[in-house]
Write a protein that binds this ligand. Structure first.
Ligand SMILES: O=C(O)CCC(=O)C(=O)O
Length: 272
């Protein structure tokens, strides 16, 4: 969204949609998803991209992983990942959840064959101390190339844990009490906040579950992946949305020190 000349003194509540973002949320039909993300800590986005795009994403992941169980730094490896992270529905949900001027934190993939180990119960606010803040810091978008079913090794969530604002303890991790599967169709994107406790089910079906894991983060957080060496090329190729995702719209970590020409925009964005 555009920079503003005025100074913001208020901070929008975590559940509020800014006046500037609202038209995009309406146009993209995401109002219910925003509500679900706030009320239950996760939501499933449909119609994020075409079936052809989903097929290309899946086959690119399988090509790059070639027998391994996963890969990282994917935006430096194939254009399909830059296209994925900039999909309008994902960008709009990210701005809603982790604020204007949000950054890309990670683009990874996982390939789970029958019998592959479960990831273990956790909250994605893993590098934040508890209690977690009122505003979400990390938004994870799991692009379910093959869809999710419990037998297929879907992500599992424990309802209401997003309200606890803390990490699960060892007994809770072992018990998985109240867990349920996030089920969705191939090409849907399961999205959750940094608070909700989640893991995944063992895969009991033949074939592989291929997922692209995209994480967006608030502008004041450190990212998981460092695209500095690739940033100029990615921004030249993809323009403004990519510049924001790689931190060029804010004043932080500028090669010349703090870039004060972006100070007001940065401080305003942090409140939206
Ligand atoms: O692969 C899954 O189903 C869950 C992934 C996960 O826990 C994560 O991306 O934080």
């Amino acid at each position: 969204m555009a920079a503003h000349d005025e100074v913001y003194y208020d901070t929008l509540p975590a559940e509020a949609i800014s006046a500037e973002l609202q038209p995009f949320i309406d146009e993209l039909g995401l109002a219910d998803n925003c509500e679900e993300l706030i009320n239950q800590g996760w939501t499933v986005l449909q119609g994020v991209a075409s079936a052809e795009f989903n097929t290309r994403l899946r086959s690119t992941i399988l090509g790059l992983t070639s027998g391994r169980t996963g890969a990282n730094m994917l935006m430096a490896q194939d254009p399909v990942f830059a296209e994925a992270v900039m999909m309008p529905k994902l960008m709009a949900m990210a701005e809603f959840s982790v604020g204007r001027g949000f950054l890309l934190s990670q683009v990874a993939a996982s390939v789970r064959a029958p019998g592959s180990p479960v990831i273990g119960l956790h909250a994605d606010h893993n590098w934040l101390p508890a209690p977690f803040p009122a505003h979400n810091m990390l938004l994870t978008a799991c692009w379910a190339c093959d869809g999710f079913t419990e037998a297929g090794g879907a992500t599992l969530v424990i309802p209401n844990t997003h309200t606890l604002r803390r990490h699960p303890n060892a007994a809770e991790i072992a018990a998985l009490e109240g867990a349920m599967a996030i089920e969705c169709e191939p090409g849907d994107v399961a999205v959750w906040d940094g608070n909700v406790w989640h893991s995944n089910y063992p895969r009991r079906l033949d074939g592989e579950r291929v997922v692209c894991h995209i994480t967006y983060t608030r502008l004041m957080m450190r990212q998981v992946e460092d695209y500095a060496a690739h940033a100029n090329q990615l921004i030249q190729d993809y323009g403004e949305p990519m510049a924001q995702l790689l931190g060029r719209h804010d004043m932080l970590m500028s090669p010349t020190g703090a870039d004060y020409s972006k100070l007001r925009t940065t401080f305003n964005n942090a409140k939206r």
